[in-house]
Design a protein around this ligand. Structure first.
Ligand SMILES: *Cc1c(COP(=O)(O)O)cnc(C)c1O
Length: 372
């Protein structure tokens, strides 16, 4: 089945008793046992599993081409489940521009438990140099945030496999519609479902998807069940509902992002546009090779200083000044001030989550703000 079909059918189940076409929200925290003590409904207690969560995990696993998925209450909770599943002392190699929330989580919550290096994962020589006997995982985030750098997944997987290491890919920016890391050899894919999966900036969630049911995966399931950072049945219901339109929403985001990137690239007030779909992107060829489409996120560097940059976003009427991404509405963000004092993000960089408004309106709005 193709992703458009999976998205609509793999998270749905016609209810056995009411014949409701859409799976109802099962709020019950507990499930009746049979006379012989078993669990005929397949569920025991909602922290362990719930009908809405099972359907969500099924559709997400199938979309990423995995054998199983575990869902969480946020993307950070999903990332944390990976870190908590590793033996104390394990070394992780992370990208130098890893999503700042997870970088901060490692530095603040896992210092003294795990060790980690933040490096340019795409530089094979640097990567090889940082592999130690206690290294367990290489973390990839591509396209990266907010510089839209591309990491060659197959190349990193090749290096990792030769040393018996696992590869985790944060696929939040790309979504399975634009990139399928498990098919490129990755072991686990991570998502912030808060972004494109939810797609309407109104719920938080996270997910992990695995290529195989390993002992490591069993440990991750334990972290999910015993740690309890699970999404509610209602959140699972809304996620399943939103995922039905994910393939078509992403096609719209990609279409608008490409045209917006091309408009910005030739604008005299813009120094540079960072979008993997532009031939000028330094890793455009890798992106073409490993991505099915180039995604809905772009960044651009304004000709001028931080003040000029703020002046531009303050004139925008359709784009909303806010963090986050993946919603139907376009958001624009001065990334350096969000990431805090240790950020390496240029002070004149703006990150755009290109929404599903008409592209002519988006271009017109940016045009008036840049020229104003
Ligand atoms: C938002 C985000 C996360 C964290 O997800 P939350 O749902 O906010 O916890 C992780 N990785 C990337 C790339 C993100 O954009």
């Amino acid at each position: 089945m193709k992703t458009e079909t999976i998205a609509i059918h793999a998270g749905n189940h016609i209810d056995g008793s009411s014949r409701a076409v859409i799976q109802p929200i099962v709020m019950s925290t507990t499930f009746e046992r049979g006379v012989d003590g078993d669990f005929p409904g397949g569920h025991i207690y909602s922290r362990s599993s719930n009908p809405n969560r099972s359907l969500l995990e099924n559709v997400i696993a199938q979309l990423e081409g995995g054998v199983d998925a575990a869902s969480f209450s946020s993307g950070n909770a999903a990332g944390m489940a990976i870190f908590q599943s590793l033996k104390p002392g394990t070394h992780i190699i992370c990208p130098d521009d890893m999503y700042h929330g997870l970088r901060n989580q490692l530095k603040n919550l896992f210092a003294g438990i795990l060790t980690f290096d933040f490096i340019d994962v795409n530089d094979s020589e640097v990567l090889q140099q940082h592999i130690k006997p206690e290294t367990g995982v290489i973390w990839i985030e591509t396209p990266s945030n907010p510089l839209l750098k591309i990491t060659d997944i197959k190349k990193v997987v090749g290096i990792a496999k030769a040393k018996g290491l696992k590869v985790v890919v944060d696929n939040t920016f790309a979504t399975p519609i634009c990139q399928q890391p498990l098919a490129l050899g990755a072991d686990i894919v991570m998502h912030s479902a808060t972004k494109y999966f939810g797609g309407h900036s109104d719920l938080m969630g996270g997910a992990l998807i695995t290529a195989e049911k390993s002992d490591w995966w069993a440990k991750i399931r334990q972290v999910q069940e015993m740690g309890g950072a699970i999404p509610s049945p209602t959140d699972c219901f809304w996620l399943v509902r939103s995922i039905k339109t994910l393939p078509y929403r992403v096609k719209g985001h990609v279409y608008n992002a490409q045209l917006l990137a091309e408009f910005l690239e030739y604008h005299p007030k813009v120094e540079r546009v960072l979008y993997p779909g532009l031939a000028s992107h330094p890793q455009h060829e890798i992106a073409k090779d490993q991505m099915l489409a180039f995604g809905g996120m772009l960044s651009f560097i304004v000709k001028g200083d931080e003040n000029d940059t703020h002046n531009i976003i303050n004139k925008l009427k359709i784009f909303t000044r806010a963090t986050s991404l993946g919603g139907v509405e376009s958001l624009i963000e001065h990334r350096a001030t969000v990431e805090g004092p240790d950020t390496k993000t240029p002070r004149n960089l703006l990150r755009v989550s290109v929404g599903l408004e008409h592209i002519d309106d988006l271009i017109e709005d940016l045009e008036q703000a840049l020229n104003g």
